[in-house]
Structures are given as C-alpha cells and as structure tokens.
Unconditional design. Sequence first.
Length: 279
Amino acid sequence: MSTLKKLKRIIQGTVVACKAKNYVPIEHPANEGLLLGKVALITGGSGGIGFAIAQAFVKSGCQVIIAGTNEQKLDKMLALLGGESKKCVINLSSYAKIVEGVKKAIECYGKIDILVNSAGIHSTTVFNDFLEVGEADYDSIMNVNLKGTYFVTQQVAKYMVRNEIKGHILNISSSTALEPAWSPYRLSKWGVKGMTVGFAQQLQKYGIIVNAIAPGSTATTLLGYQKGDSVWTEDNKNQRYVLPSEVADYAVMMVSGLGNMIVGDTLYISGGRGLTDVR
C-alpha cells in the first residue's frame, strides 16, 4: 500500500470515527426484565463479547456465572460485573475438566437455564497463510472452539433434560463461517454453525432452544482493539467494527421468550460481511 493510500485511509478513519455519534447512531433496545429469574452460564465470560453479554444479562434480571481458565481475570471481571454474579473455572480443552466445571457451575445457583458458548481463541502466529499453519495452532483452536463448545453443551443439555428445564443455548459463532475455511479459526466456526443446527435438531424435543449469533469483526482485544481506539474498519461496507454491546443486546433477545420460535438459526451481525460483502 502506497504512503498516499495509507494517509488517505488514516484520514478517512479519523473522519468516520469523529462523526460517528452524529453520523452513525448506535441504538440499544430496552431489555430490562426479559431474563428475570433465570440463571446463565457464560463460557468466555471474562472476554470482550462474553463479558458484554454477562453485563446485558445482569441488567435483564439474570443471575450470571462467568466461566474461563484464568481465575485472576475472572475475579477482576466479577468485581466489575457486580450484583450476585459468580465465577467458575472451566478448562475447555479437557473433557474431564469440562464435566467437573459444569457440575461446579450448576452448584453456584442450583440450576442453569441458559448456556452461552462465547469462549473462543484465534491463531497466535498465522493469520494469512494456509501453508504456514502448524499443528499446535490447529489443535489449540479446535480444542477450545469446537471440542469445548461441543462437550460443554452436551453436559449442560444432559442437566437440562434430566431436570426438565426448557432452556436456551446460544453459540457465539462468526461471520467467517460464511467464507472459505482454510484457517483453523474459520474451520472451527464452520463447525459451530453446523453444531448449532445439529444441537437444535437433537434438543428441540426436550424444549431446549439452540441458536447462534455470528458477529463480524468486533471491537475486542482478540483483534487488537483497545478502549479509546477508532471503531473505523475496512472489514465491512458499514466501515465500523461491531460493538460487543450490540451482540449482547441481541443475545438477551435470543435466549428470552422472544427467541422461542427461532430454532437452529444463526443471526449475523456483520455489516453484511460474508453475506452481501463476500471476500
């Protein structure tokens, strides 16, 4: 990219970011009370999207358990979350630890009505070259994004079925599941899309509703975004990042009674990326 083009991009990004409040208003629906009396387990609950969902759930009257692998980070985010929220350490790469972790999560409040599978990791070394993807990267991403999602869902679903809980399960996928899957991350999100339909088919007869939300590029640390950074991006034709709070608002709707007739579906929040904006 030439220096002139780089400069133009920086200026354009600055203008869009500066005008955002007047030019692209971001509205948030009133979801207070929609989840009153419910208990939710949120994996990846100390991360950007997961934590935003936890905040929105608490505002909607839900009791929340945030799960992750880093107990210190969980403690820090729990203090910010406030209320009666609780934490649970769950290692998603180990089946035995998933079983143990879900059991401990149930003990927090004595029940789980809602599961949000928000835990996910990206490549730490390779983003743009299929020929350079290594086994370690592949295995770590698949263990968390696919294996973890699969077996946490299985354990929570078993609990719901045994206790006749007509609950909701929401997977956080990605709009990259609509794009060619050469990277481990994209491949894992294709898998989440497929699991969402499969889980919905298997669990609907028990009154358990399964769906997914697939954000596009989102303003989180996973993409290197830091608080105060511009939300401008070329990743979609709306030219801004998805905000975690936007994903969270739709998550509240999807796991409430408003989402009961949405089954096995994926809601794309991507500014058209992957749908009308195919790359």
